[in-house]
Design a protein around this ligand. Structure first.
Ligand SMILES: Nc1ncnc2c1ncn2[C@@H]1O[C@H](COP(=O)(O)OP(=O)(O)OP(=O)(O)O)[C@@H](O)[C@H]1O
Ligand SMILES: [Mg+2]
Length: 241
């Protein structure tokens, strides 16, 4: 395991009768933000589900914080924000957090700590349905932060957020890593690549590259993550032909 928060070896996943992930390896070092980038359908959510233990896997090993993914002992050590919002629209912010805290069996004090972390303490009495999209996204994040997890798995947390909110969120991710928290964050937005310590580029259920942005740019002689990604896609297509 070494110093890795996540270690995936030879992961194979079949969904709806099709092989969605063939044989995937991935390491997420402790205290780093690893960005999972790739087009729609490339397997980002499937991989994240395998990491949090909500995906049936057909082969390989997925170790999280030294335990097999999905272990009961990981429940409050891993925070997960799904791609689709998973909060109750007719409850208040506070009620949503209290409910999640009860399920996770974390102390009530965690609710206020978490709300402060995402800057929503003053909106806790609001019904979720009356919040803006960005505020709602932060409620999901607050739920994931309950119990001060050591690993956060965030599926496209910045979709639909304005540039200011995205910047604030990334600043928060950085504060978390300074405390030793590890993050696996998926995104469609290649310009978020520059904010990650490492990048994993996915395509067709496989990993095209797993490197730092600098390594990726040097290897592909390109100027940004998007250009590097497109070059790697073309290379892979050329190699297959
Ligand atoms: N329940 C399912 N049954 C069958 N196939 C599925 C199921 N869920 C996902 N898939 C397929 O698995 C592949 C990977 O899907 P996944 O949701 O992991 O992609 P993604 O990279 O997260 O995409 P997006 O960026 O659109 O969220 C896709 O081809 C998808 O159609
Ligand atoms: Mg997805």
């Amino acid at each position: 395991m070494g110093n890795n928060a996540i270690e995936v070896r030879g992961l194979r996943v079949v969904r709806g009768g099709s092989v969605v992930i063939e044989s995937l390896d991935l390491s997420v070092p402790v205290g780093q933000v690893v960005g999972l980038l790739g087009p729609s359908g490339s397997g980002k959510t499937t991989l994240m589900r395998a990491v949090v233990g909500s995906q049936v896997v057909d082969g390989g090993t997925v170790m999280v914080l030294g335990q097999p993914a999905g272990s009961a002992s990981l429940r409050s050590r891993v925070g997960y924000v799904t791609q689709a919002p998973s909060v109750y629209a007719d409850l208040t912010v506070h009620e949503n957090l209290r409910y999640a805290a009860a399920i996770l069996r974390v102390e009530d004090g965690e609710v206020q700590r978490s709300l402060q972390e995402v800057d929503l303490a003053d909106k806790q009495k609001r019904i979720i349905g009356t919040l803006s999209g960005g505020e709602r996204a932060r409620v999901s994040l607050a739920i994931a932060l309950l119990g001060s997890p050591d690993l956060l798995v965030l599926d496209e947390p910045t979709v639909g957020l304005d540039p200011v909110l995205r910047r604030d969120l990334w600043a928060m991710f950085r504060r978390l890593t300074e405390r030793g928290v590890s993050l696996l964050v998926s995104s469609h937005v290649m310009d978020e690549a520059a904010r990650c310590d490492r990048l994993v580029l996915m395509r067709g259920g496989g990993v095209l590259a797993d490197a730092t942005l600098d390594e990726l740019l040097a290897r592909t002689r390109t100027g940004d993550a998007e250009a590097a990604f497109l070059l790697l896609v073309d290379e892979a297509a050329g190699a297959a032909a």
